[in-house]
Design a protein around this ligand. Structure first.
Ligand code: HEC
Length: 146
């Protein structure tokens, strides 16, 4: 019985991270203040302490031109990490744990809804086709989990 409870909790957990984010971009703009010390988005965005986050969805990790990434983040890109809602969730929850050795000095966003919201905010600065394809992929993979 207890086992079953754990098992269904795990399923619910998996569904809520893979079901595509119903984030609120307006709230995400406020969450993004935590990122702004290091990152810019929008028309005149420039690389600062961290790389520009325009077009993040569908971008291979570690590939903004002119930004001096850590070896760890470049390696993550070479290993095939392409930023998606799902990868962003994992990275933003625990940047150091997800890509050990990367240089983003940020503790992470513990709350899932904060991550959903900031990702929804960032999606506005990405190619809408890439965002739609990412959401479609997630629907496929959440069906596959069932
Ligand atoms: C203290 C500065 C700092 C803060 C705060 C910060 N970042 Fe970063 N971020 C970085 C740095 C530096 C890198 C590059 C890390 C590397 O090369 O290892 C990075 C990398 C990234 C990447 C990977 C980009 C790529 O091109 O592969 C994403 C996505 C990202 N940050 C999102 C965020 C978001 C969203 C927030 C806020 C919730 C945030 N960061 C907060 C400094 C920061």
């Amino acid at each position: 019985m207890i086992r079953q409870l754990f098992a269904s909790a795990a399923v619910i957990g998996a569904l809520s991270t893979s079901a595509f984010a119903a984030g609120d971009a307006e709230k995400g703009e406020r969450v993004f203040r935590k990122c702004q010390a290091c990152h810019q988005v929008g028309d005149n965005a420039k690389n600062r302490v961290g790389p520009v986050l325009n077009d993040i969805i569908g971008r291979t990790a570690g590939t903004v031109e002119g930004f001096n990434y850590s070896d760890a983040l470049k390696q993550a890109g070479e290993d095939g990490i392409v930023w998606s809602d799902e990868h962003l969730h994992e990275y933003l929850e625990d940047p150091r744990g997800y890509i050990p050795g990367n240089r983003m000095s940020f503790a992470g966003l513990r709350k899932e809804d904060e991550r959903d919201d900031v990702i929804a905010f960032l999606e506005q600065y990405s190619d809408p086709d890439a965002v739609a394809a990412d959401h479609a992929d997630q629907e496929d993979s959440s069906n596959a989990d069932e």
